[in-house]
Design a protein around this ligand. Structure first.
Ligand code: HEC
Ligand code: HEC
Length: 481
């Protein structure tokens, strides 16, 4: 199937995975319910676009005249691409979206730093690891969490597991809303207000295109100009083929055009086994009923109890915790539900084999280590967590003690006991690694061999000379959509 067609299909429900879940954590559910939401978002977006892209010079002009002047999707995407790569849109003059989301690294981080440095002088440390933007963006369902409305429901399946939304905590439903975050965050591109960004846009080489598309005075109206810029970025992210290549060996294998080695196939079996790795229950890997190739995520939220990471400057404050769905960045009703604390959205595993930063806090720097953590978290916790003053292993130490019970201890392989044998041997781990390497796209295939230039795998906090910046979260910029 053609890659464009493939990527435009909503991800379909994976029956085996639903079966796995029935046997495991009762809260995990198929995401069938969220499929229509994905479509709903597309329609809503189309509505916003045809409105936002409309330029009506004369008040009361006939609708067809307005529509005739609205820029096409590909014009918008072309402009969005220029904005995505434009470093001059940042306070430092050196940071574009592509600085952190580097296309040469699957639109993920080009370095081994747990969190990227940003801000006015590129010395302010960020809060979370940079996710890859390849594959998932046009299939992320809108945020949903059907909570229990009464105590009886809490014990039944009506208490739906949270799913969807952009970023590790799902707090944005639209890419144009998400794009506001990096543009205005004081630890990222650091525009102080819409006026500053509009001034930067008006000095860009594509300012003429921008005016031609949205009206000659557009850059004199900062809030409107910023809105158009983020809508253009969104079109680039949703439609540019570079985000949806489907050129991995795994894709070729699904299409019957390549063979996997016996080792890779064995790795897949271990990955799928509901009583073994059970990875596929969250990192879905089956072709959908509509032929859509899998994305290796179900877009649901889980607490895995990833160990605290000292490389993150903010963690030097013992009272600072990144609790995912329940804050600090998420501030809606979901953030006030204690059962949400510690949950993060399941990332894709496509191209994970070229990453050097894993999990929301970048705690691990090799895929091998991640796999070891999964199988040894409960059998050998002393390998992964520090010893607390009382001599006990401080398990799940990146969460305040009252939320540690939210960590998943029911889904295999996270349901083992202290001292039991890890579910995988070293050989098993090697086989699963071999399988995960089949998920690397052709254009990136050489990347996994060497760490990225100029990076260290375990950077120290002092090395980047980061400032002890103010303990305030990202500068928030309110959006209405
Ligand atoms: C300083 C590094 C940095 C820069 C610059 C940056 N990002 Fe990000 N990006 C991140 C981090 C870190 C996250 C995770 C944020 C979170 O979970 O709160 C993220 C998350 C995202 C996501 C959510 C992905 C998902 O799977 O949900 C999108 C989309 C995104 N960024 C797009 C952009 C765009 C567009 C720009 C430029 C306007 C940009 N980013 C600039 C670091 C960066
Ligand atoms: C219960 C659901 C679930 C299961 C089962 C599961 N994962 Fe995950 N996986 C997640 C979530 C959620 C995260 C992000 C957690 C975080 O950052 O705090 C994650 C993160 C990862 C990452 C890091 C990717 C990145 O870009 O940072 C890798 C690699 C990974 N999982 C591999 C596996 C493997 C291999 C297995 C099987 C042994 C597995 N997972 C089983 C939910 C799951």
């Amino acid at each position: 199937m053609d890659a464009m067609v493939r990527s435009s299909l909503p991800q379909s429900h994976h029956e085996d995975a639903a079966g796995h879940r029935a046997a495991g954590n009762f809260r995990r559910r198929s995401q069938q319910a969220s499929q229509p939401m994905t479509m709903a978002r597309r329609f809503l977006l189309a509505g916003i676009l045809s409105f936002a892209g409309t330029w009506c010079p004369a008040a009361g002009a006939a609708v067809p005249v307005c529509l005739a002047k609205s820029p096409s999707t590909s014009q918008m995407a072309g402009l969005g691409k220029q904005i995505f790569f434009d470093r001059t849109l940042s306070a430092s003059g050196k940071m574009a979206c592509a600085t952190c989301h580097d296309p040469r690294y699957a639109y993920g981080p080009p370095s081994g730093l747990a969190v990227p440095p940003g801000g006015p002088d590129l010395r302010s440390p960020d809060y979370r690891a940079v996710p890859s933007l390849r594959y998932t963006l046009d299939r992320v369902p809108v945020w949903t969490h059907v909570g229990a409305s009464n105590p009886i429901e809490q014990f039944t399946e009506t208490n739906e597991v949270p799913a969807g939304g952009y970023t590790w905590d799902g707090r944005f439903n639209f890419l144009h809303a998400q794009a506001m975050l990096p543009l205005f965050s004081s630890v990222e591109m650091d525009n102080r207000n819409a006026g500053e960004l509009a001034a930067r846009l008006s000095r860009a080489p594509y300012a003429g295109t921008f005016r031609a598309m949205f009206g000659k005075d557009i850059l004199d109206h900062p809030a409107l100009a910023v809105e158009k810029a983020t809508l253009a970025i969104e079109q680039f992210e949703l439609h540019d083929r570079s985000f949806y290549p489907y050129t991995s060996r795994f894709d070729e294998w699904l299409d019957g055009k390549a063979k996997l080695t016996p080792q890779e196939l064995r790795g897949k079996k271990l990955f799928d086994d509901p009583n073994g790795g059970n990875c596929a229950s969250c990192h879905l890997d089956e072709v959908g009923a509509n032929g859509a190739h899998p994305l290796f995520t179900d877009f649901q939220f889980e607490a895995l109890g990833v160990p605290r990471n000292d490389e993150i400057l903010w963690n030097s404050n013992p009272h600072y915790y990144d609790e995912g769905l329940c804050g600090p960045f998420r501030t809606d009703a979901a953030s006030r539900d204690p059962s949400n604390c510690g949950l993060f959205r399941t990332p894709t595993l496509r191209n994970a084999a070229i990453r050097h930063v894993f999990f929301h806090n970048g705690r691990f720097h090799s895929l091998h280590e991640v796999l070891q953590f999964y199988v040894e978290r409960d059998t050998n916790p002393e390998r992964w967590y520090p010893i607390s003053p009382d001599g006990k292993v401080a398990k799940f130490n990146d969460l305040p003690p009252q939320y540690r019970r939210n960590v998943d201890t029911t889904d295999a392989p996270l349901n083992r006991r202290l001292g039991e044998k890890p579910i995988w041997s070293e050989r098993d781990i090697d086989d699963v690694l071999a399988f995960l390497r089949t998920l690397v796209d052709q254009d990136l295939a050489k990347k996994e061999l060497a760490p990225p230039a100029g990076s260290t795998d375990v950077p120290s906090r002092g090395r980047t000379g980061v400032k002890a910046a103010k303990a305030s979260p990202h500068r928030q910029y309110l959006v209405t959509h």
